[in-house]
Design a protein around this ligand. Sequence first.
Ligand code: AMP
Ligand code: MG
Length: 475
Amino acid sequence: MTISFDNSYARLPERFFARLPPTPVAAPRLLKLNTALAEELGLDPAVLASPDGVAALAGNLVPEGAEPIAQAYAGHQFGGFSPQLGDGRAILLGEVIRPDGARRDIQLKGSGPTPWSRRGDGRAGLGPVLREYIISEAMAALGIPTTRSLAVLASGEEVYRETPVPGAVLTRIAASHIRVGTFQYFAARGDEEALVILAEYARARHHQQAEGALGLLRAVVAAQAGLVARWMLVGFIHGVMNTDNMTISGETIDYGPCAFMDGYDPAMVLSSIDYGGRYAYANQPKMAHWNLCRLAEALLAILPGDEAAQMAAAQAALAEFAPAFHDAYLGGLSAKLGLPARDDALSQGLLAVMAEQRADFTLTFRGLCDAAEGDDRVRGQFADPAGFDAWAEGWRAALAGSTPAASMRALNPAFIPRNHMVEEALTAAVAQGDMAPFERLVQVLARPFEEQPDAPRHAQPPRAEERVLATFCGT
Ligand code: AMP
Ligand code: MG
């Protein structure tokens, strides 16, 4: 089993992590291997599926060249600060360089206890692991920056949540696992030396064009503004935007109680643990900005100049968030509508009618692609189409005879991971050991922008009795 690792994070100072191997599992079994992703990483899928490969992905064998570590980080969870979180159930095996030169982390999630496990068992249940696989891979197919899922291993052990559930290990691939909370960890300890090292490491790894710690902050602000705009444009609700779940790279990370909306409702909250609606759909830009304020605070002491200059620079960097978000979001909405120029009155007008009638977010935008070609069936998404009809008149006038249907179809997916389909796939896998609905769902979601007439159920919102009202992180 040879993987050419190049473990740059493990060469950072020892206080950045704890060195320990994954804890072996009883009876590893490969449930899913993402062969396309393996090839993208320059790894041989046949080797990964071999007995040694399976043992490595389960954490039962540390492959040559790996330097397993659990990373230290802190974080604000639902607004409250924990100075010490860290990888409580994940081990970074190491980093590989893809054939195209990009560096990627290979991390096992559910790999056993670490010094940061607190009261947790260090393990993961099969349901949440499959959920992360489905949604992260769907996000990637939608073109949204995200961590990826390389493999799912059944551990052959039970983990105890509310009830015993089958255990699993996910192999997560990421540009890195550096979080806002990684900076907070060292800031909370007044460790400026570590902050300087981490900022330079993160800058060189993710934002090479940026200069210094201030340049890094500005680059993360821009990356996160763009990322959250991309979420909003497909109706994605992250659900747990704590600062330990926000990356410096700009990738979406930590698929816990996340969900895509069916009917459009800006106030929608699906996470069962988000009692106050802090991470509701429409709050996401505000919460991203809040998290970036925490990053700015963590970096403050290492920004150039005296205290007044540091504060002014941090505030100026944070002020770049709102315009960057609005450009990406409002520009993106107009592009979804096929408009030749940005028209906020039109895009906001549509969203208002959609919200009033809880029109299906995905099918309304997808239906507008057909409407641009004269097929008006999208009206069926509105219980009372009068408001939509009035809006559509203005939209047609703005299109001014252009035919944007093809470009619109590349921006408005037909398929998203709908909650009820995700739940159906997880239930079949967990309760019956039947992976077929999972496999089918993953296959459909790999081509979200293509018509797939053989997947009619996957395209449709749930019937009343199929609706999923809450999602659980199940950790
Ligand atoms: P998350 O909610 O997944 O973002 O995790 C928040 C913190 O809890 C991180 O420090 C995790 O490593 C830790 N954690 C979550 N689940 C477990 C578990 N089953 N065992 C140990 N630590 C966990
Ligand atoms: Mg997390």
